[in-house]
Design a protein around this ligand. Structure first.
Ligand SMILES: Cc1cc2nc3c(=O)[nH]c(=O)nc-3n(C[C@H](O)[C@H](O)[C@H](O)COP(=O)(O)OP(=O)(O)OC[C@H]3O[C@@H](n4cnc5c(N)ncnc54)[C@H](O)[C@@H]3O)c2cc1C
Ligand code: FES
Length: 261
């Protein structure tokens, strides 16, 4: 984990909803593992002390990229920043995904919202390709489809309004695939909590291993404030663990869904 001032290389609209920010971060970029995030201080923001967490989407040389949606004051100010301006970043943070081993399980990735960005680095670093299930409400919510295809992955898209891919929830084609075969499969998921909960249930039902990147609000990002805790099994009981340090990626069997918010 490193804290450094990073320089904006580019910051452009990538889709109708998302921006793609590339920063030069020579101390952070080489350390990044799939599923990890950067905690960014948006310096022009008046209350810049509060950082914003973003999954690392791509790493190239001494740069890393994030894909972000403008949802509030921080991301709105970020979307107006230009190349050459500076941000402060701490990263890479958190416990990421286990990258599949050569000849190991076939990865099935399940992604909703910005989870597609978090999954891209995993797809890129995985020695074997698999299937990516991407889901959203509408066509504009679907990200990175072409990027996954360019890496040789099969993509199955679903939208709730049917404007792109199969109509329905991302779990529908996943269930069909798990019914076809579960042998040698492993699930990796990142997206909104209801989606993660559904994937966790399917992992249990079909008896396949699953790693879930939990979506919790974060404040400090480094394990101090306890804003981000979730209940995790500990023997016969459970305990709170921090998604910013012990997570955001957890084995689905560890998460205690009955107690999660
Ligand atoms: C581990 C992690 C990885 C993330 N990766 C991405 C990513 O790759 N791309 C992306 O677009 N977004 C990502 N987010 C969400 C992103 O951090 C928030 O959208 C951002 O902090 C909002 O800041 P804001 O000032 O614009 O919004 P605010 O004005 O603070 O709030 C606007 C909305 O954003 C949500 N939000 C605010 N703060 C957080 C927070 N700390 N964590 C989660 N949601 C928040 C609130 O629910 C609210 O609805 C990630 C969040 C986490 C926890
Ligand atoms: S965000 Fe502060 S402990 Fe996790």
């Amino acid at each position: 984990m490193v804290e450094q001032t990073v320089n904006i290389v580019s910051n452009e609209r990538a889709t109708d909803l998302y921006f793609r920010l590339v920063v030069r971060a020579p101390q952070i970029a080489p350390l990044v593992q799939p599923g990890q995030f950067a905690h960014v201080r948006i310096l022009p923001l008046r209350d810049a002390l509060l950082r914003r967490p973003f999954s690392i989407f791509q790493v190239e040389g001494d740069t890393f990229a994030i894909l972000y949606k403008s949802v509030g004051k921080g991301t709105e100010v970020l979307s107006r920043m230009r190349p050459g301006e500076e941000l402060n970043a701490i990263g890479p943070l958190g416990h990421g995904f286990t990258v599949p081993q050569p000849g190991g399980e076939t990865p099935l990735l399940v992604a909703g919202g910005y989870g597609m960005a978090a999954m891209h680095l995993l797809a890129q670093r995985s020695p074997q390709t698999g299937i990516v299930f991407v889901g959203g409400r509408r066509r504009v919510d679907i990200l990175c489809e072409e990027e996954f295809r360019a890496l040789g992955w099969e993509v199955r898209a679903t939208t709730e309004d049917g404007s792109h891919g199969e109509k329905g929830l991302v779990t529908q084609p996943l269930i069909a695939e798990l019914k076809r075969t579960t042998a040698g499969r492993k699930l990796f998921a990142c997206g909104p909590t209801p989606m993660l909960k559904a994937v966790g249930r399917l992992a249990e039902e079909f008896n396949v291993p699953a790693e879930l990147s939990m979506d919790e609000h974060m404040c400090c990002g480094v394990g101090v404030c306890l804003t981000c805790v979730i209940p995790v099994k500990a023997g016969d009981a459970w305990e709170y663990q921090r998604t910013c340090t012990e997570g955001p990626v957890f084995d689905s069997r560890e998460v205690v869904w009955e107690v999660t918010r």
